[in-house]
Write a protein that binds this ligand. Structure first.
Ligand SMILES: Cc1cc2nc3c(=O)[nH]c(=O)nc-3n(C[C@H](O)[C@H](O)[C@H](O)COP(=O)(O)OP(=O)(O)OC[C@H]3O[C@@H](n4cnc5c(N)ncnc54)[C@H](O)[C@@H]3O)c2cc1C
Length: 350
């Protein structure tokens, strides 16, 4: 296994921001992982686990760490029941290709999460979600390598403690495991040819998705049609990071007491908020930013995307400092206007 030194981070960052990794290795099998971990111990550097780099802001300058770019592959059916199929997918597999494969096998559950950049291994980390669906509803277990003991075992869905864009992998288990693979339980076509639709009903109640199918006069979309719809809708709303560097949503959707949301609704009666249980309401962060008059605004080399106020875009040569300056300004203006504190979604690697 090759360990490179002083590797440019920008090429591994969808935001095209960051300095250099002091050490860098590509991991496609367990033996390489073991070797790389012992190298890091010997050199006394921390490790950083890298997937597709689409949910991280990397610091400028040299990062004293060994970055492990996980490229562990594999896609296999591991068990089946009458109405479900369990698939195990390697952490280094591309997420969207995995969704595409599942849909083409007539397996439902991932289709509403089409076109999210990144890898399978990162999918449980922030419990990726879109259009009201979350990957936690399909994850049966996560296979991990425990760095301290060298043991490989599965963590159950319950023990992953999934929450909104959250899991143990971002909290108490951060830095403890390398995710090797994920086992998804997907729903399959029944004998009468009907697919029990995993996430589709949730996505279908989303205004943008409803409008899309109404426009096409499709009442009961197939898995392929749902995937196609999501891809089309996302293409309109989200810049392709290959052309326009970004990390998707830069802020989480704040969850506030419904009384707080009601105050805003009194003023903006056409706002679409999402009522949750326990007297809580989810407010789209993009709505707050847009209604603070910031959509399309530039802060030097960083802009708010003109088709989606939730996305910060690197106009070319932005540094992480520039990104954070823009973030702080946006948060200040939103707080001043609505009294709501936004929270950053992507991780920051110092
Ligand atoms: C245009 C665009 C649209 C997006 N849309 C969405 C969206 O709709 N919904 C959504 O939830 N996210 C979205 N994202 C964010 C991002 O794509 C997801 O969070 C994705 O899961 C990140 O995958 P990645 O492989 O790039 O992870 P990285 O950014 O490389 O890593 C993210 C975190 O996961 C950890 N990690 C990665 N792999 C492993 C592993 N094998 N073991 C242990 N830890 C690991 C990393 O250390 C890091 O902490 C979007 C991003 C972009 C650029």
């Amino acid at each position: 296994m090759k360990i490179d030194e002083y590797v440019d981070i920008k090429q591994y960052s969808s935001l095209k921001v960051g300095g250099q990794f002091q050490y860098f290795a590509v991991i496609d099998k367990i033996a390489d992982l073991i070797e790389a971990l012992s190298f890091a111990k010997e050199k006394d550097v921390k490790i950083f686990i890298l997937g597709g780099g689409s949910n991280i802001v990397f610091r400028d300058g040299a990062i004293n760490a060994l970055a492990l770019k996980i490229e562990i592959k594999g896609f296999e059916v591991v068990s089946e029941g009458d109405n479900y199929t369990d698939i195990k997918v390697g952490a280094g597999e591309n997420w969207d290709q995995t969704v595409s494969k599942a849909v083409s096998m007539g397996l439902s559950g991932l289709e509403s999460l089409s076109a999210i950049p990144g890898t399978v291994g990162a999918s449980p980390v922030q419990n990726i979600g879109a259009y009201g669906s979350e990957v936690k509803d399909t994850i049966k277990e996560v296979e991990v390598y425990e760095i301290e003991t060298g043991e490989i075992f599965n963590i159950s869905n319950k023990d992953c403690k999934f929450g909104y864009r959250d899991s143990i992998f971002k909290n108490e288990a951060k830095g403890k495991y390398v995710i090797m693979g994920v086992i998804y339980r997907l729903l399959k076509e029944t004998t009468d040819g009907i697919v029990s639709r995993g996430h589709t009903p949730t996505a279908l109640s989303y205004p943008g998705v409803m409008k899309y199918f109404d426009g096409k006069k499709i009442e009961n979309p197939s898995l392929e049609q749902t995937r196609e719809a999501i891809i089309d809708i996302r293409r309109e709303k989200l810049p392709n990071p290959i052309e326009v560097p970004n990390v998707g949503s830069f802020f989480k959707n704040p969850i506030v007491l419904s009384v707080v949301a009601d105050k805003i609704l009194n003023e903006f009666s056409n706002a679409k908020f999402f009522e949750l249980e326990d007297g809580l309401t989810k407010i789209p962060a993009g709505w707050l930013i847009e209604n603070a008059g910031l959509k399309g605004k530039s802060f030097g080399s960083v802009s708010i995307y003109d088709k989606n106020a939730l996305v910060l875009v690197n106009n070319g040569n932005a540094t992480s400092e520039d990104i954070f300056r823009a973030r702080d300004e946006i948060m200040r203006i939103v707080k001043e206007k609505f009294g709501i504190a936004l929270e950053q979604e992507p991780e920051y690697l110092k």
